[in-house]
Write a protein that binds this ligand. Structure first.
Ligand SMILES: Nc1nc2c(ncn2[C@@H]2O[C@H](COP(=O)(O)O)[C@@H](O)[C@H]2O)c(=O)[nH]1
Ligand SMILES: [Zn+2]
Ligand SMILES: [Zn+2]
Length: 561
């Protein structure tokens, strides 16, 4: 594989040191799962564990399908959505996703679901409906997500409500695609609560089809009610049919047991992880009479694979000397390389003096990215010194998406860390109101329900840092043994420093993001019922993406790495 590193989509990406990996267990049905990839198709150039690109992923799938044929076992490749926002490959093009959608389309997924990141912006939702979903035929599943077709004015499913299909070695699958109760979708789309969808005639009718298993592909956290509602509805009609949920959205590795014949898997984020699940016992002919198998255990295994070529080769090649790269895989890698050049993604903007982490250290720590954003980026790149009043800028911590590593900071990094294009909105208010806004926002109902309480981590100093996951099967799901990376929750909203020495009645510009203006307006009313404040755009020359670019140009561009 090293013989053509120069053709890598990101030349020089570090490779992990070889370790022993235990072989994957195969069953009657086997599933490879991606979710929350967010356009990370080039691989992680700064993290060896996740350095595979989508060309390598394509080659891996080719060899895994070869293995499935050889073993005469069924193999499913599934994606649970969130293809946009978080990487320059998809976000830096004139139309978001114009270069990544055709690359995703080159991966022969058997089932895909839509994510909330396909639904924030009307154009992205429209492109998904018109340009992306049709290319998948019946495999793009949107059981509870609809769009107002701008040509017919009819409200229709963005993809297919469901798909019944037969796998190569005979397994008959009924598949659905569900999204969690997402409230922030664009105004040309509708998200229907899943507990309502399962009561509808089409869903109930689909349960009458004779199948061997149910596949719920969902951009929905596997432990949330939106997932369990669908599992329960199927279980109510089928006391022992196998049910598999492939979830996402929380960006975590997780596995849950709903009952001894129903399981859920979630496979991380940003193409760091490939989820693997094997299910044995689906071909048990006695279970065609469902009452024979109520309570009968299925044999299920799960594994979280670090997405690097070493992992891919170890698990997919029949023997170590076998050639890994397929022609299609290399053409995808070359396509990514070309797109990166077209978009100038590797252009260095400046030199980051240290690592800044999103969630490894407390928000008050100098190694925290949120600390950098609150205390340096917002004051430098957003506060408008030409205004007659001091500015206090508040952003949601979820606007920052990834660690910022020491060394060359590239154009790609601006999208990796801060991809969104939200306007900064402001109102001029007395200091006594401005000084209470942050606490009020952090007490408000949150845009994204808090992540599941992350499990305690095992630690081991001799291993490279990475995921150490505890799920319903305990530890042991991670394919690579890693030392733990600490996770420290951060406040939902962060703010640039409040100005000092002001009287309660002195005026201040309070600045926030259009993304959560729906929360700010009622808080302003509550903090000062007697006054009606008018808000407007604070600056037309900066948004949440360009603020980071402008900061790096201003503060880190005169140092060489
Ligand atoms: N400031 C903004 N934050 C946003 C925007 N869109 C999403 N977000 C943040 O992302 C999470 C959801 O991300 P997911 O990958 O877990 O689905 C959301 O809760 C926000 O925190 C945006 O346009 N602006
Ligand atoms: Zn996501
Ligand atoms: Zn999501």
């Amino acid at each position: 594989h090293d013989d053509h590193l120069e053709k890598r989509s990101q030349p020089g990406a570090p490779q992990p040191n070889p370790v022993d990996l235990s072989p994957l267990t195969w069953g009657d049905v086997n599933i490879i799962h991606t979710t929350d990839t967010h356009g990370w198709l080039s691989g992680h150039t700064k993290e060896a564990s996740y350095s595979a690109d989508f060309g390598d992923f394509s080659s891996f799938l080719y060899h895994m399908r070869q293995q499935a044929n050889h073993r005469r076992k069924d193999l499913l490749v599934v994606d649970s959505g969130d293809l946009h926002d978080g990487n320059g490959l998809g976000d830096a093009s004139p139309v978001n996703g114009q270069y990544t959608r055709p690359i995703y389309q080159k991966i022969n997924y058997d089932a895909l679901a839509i994510g909330n990141h396909e639904l924030y912006v009307n154009d992205v939702a429209e492109n998904t409906y018109r340009d992306f979903a049709p290319g998948w035929g019946k495999r793009y599943l949107t059981s509870n997500v609809f769009i107002k077709d701008s040509h017919t004015n009819k409200t229709v499913p963005i993809g297919n409500l469901y798909n019944k299909f037969r796998l190569k070695f005979g397994t008959r699958v009924m598949s659905y695609g569900f999204l969690y109760n997402f409230k922030g979708a664009a105004n040309n789309t509708v998200v229907e609560p899943s507990n309502f969808t399962v009561t509808l005639p089409w869903f109930q009718k689909s349960l009458k089809e004779d199948v061997d298993m149910y596949l719920i592909v969902g951009h929905v956290p596997i432990r949330w009610a939106e997932a369990t509602a669908v599992v329960k509805a199927i279980r109510a009609a089928h006391p022992s049919k196998p049910i598999v949920v492939l979830g996402g959205h929380l960006h975590v590795r997780d596995f849950t047991v709903y009952d001894n014949r129903a399981f859920g898997l979630s496979s991380g984020r940003f193409m760091e992880t490939l989820g693997w699940m094997s299910v044995d016992g689906i071909k048990d002919r006695a279970c065609r009479v469902e009452t024979n198998c109520i309570g009968k255990n299925l044999t299920v295994t799960r594994r979280y694979l670090d997405s690097n070529v070493y992992t891919y080769k170890k698990h997919s090649l029949a023997h170590p000397r076998q050639k890994f790269d397929t022609w299609k895989g290399r053409s995808i890698t070359k396509e990514i390389f070309k797109v990166r050049k077209t978009l100038n993604l590797s252009n260095t903007i400046g030199c980051a003096p240290q690592d800044y982490y999103l969630a490894r250290y407390p928000y008050t720590d100098a190694r925290s990215l949120l600390n950098l954003v609150a205390n340096e980026v917002l004051p430098t790149a957003v506060v408008n010194a030409s205004r007659p009043y001091p500015g206090v800028v508040i952003v949601n911590s979820g606007s920052q998406r990834f660690d910022l590593f020491k060394g060359p900071f590239t154009l790609d990094d601006t999208y990796i860390v801060s991809p969104f294009h939200n306007d900064f909105i402001f109102a001029t208010v007395p200091y006594k109101v401005a000084s209470k806004m942050l606490a009020a926002l952090n007490g408000a109902p949150f845009q994204k329900r808090a992540d599941e309480a992350l499990p305690a981590y095992a630690t081991n100093a001799t291993l490279t840092p990475g995921y150490v996951t505890k799920d319903d099967y305990g530890y042991g799901g991670d394919d690579w043994k890693h030392s733990t990376i600490p996770y420290v929750p951060s406040p939902n909203y962060i703010s640039s420093p409040l100005p000092t020495g002001l009287a309660e009645t002195d005026l201040v510009d309070i600045v926030w993001l259009s993304f959560f203006t729906n929360l700010v307006e009622p808080i302003l009313k509550k903090l000062d019922p007697a006054t009606t404040y008018t808000s407007g755009i604070y600056r037309r020359d900066v948004d949440t993406n360009s603020m980071l670019l402008n900061f790096v140009k201003a503060k880190w561009s005169n140092t060489t790495c």
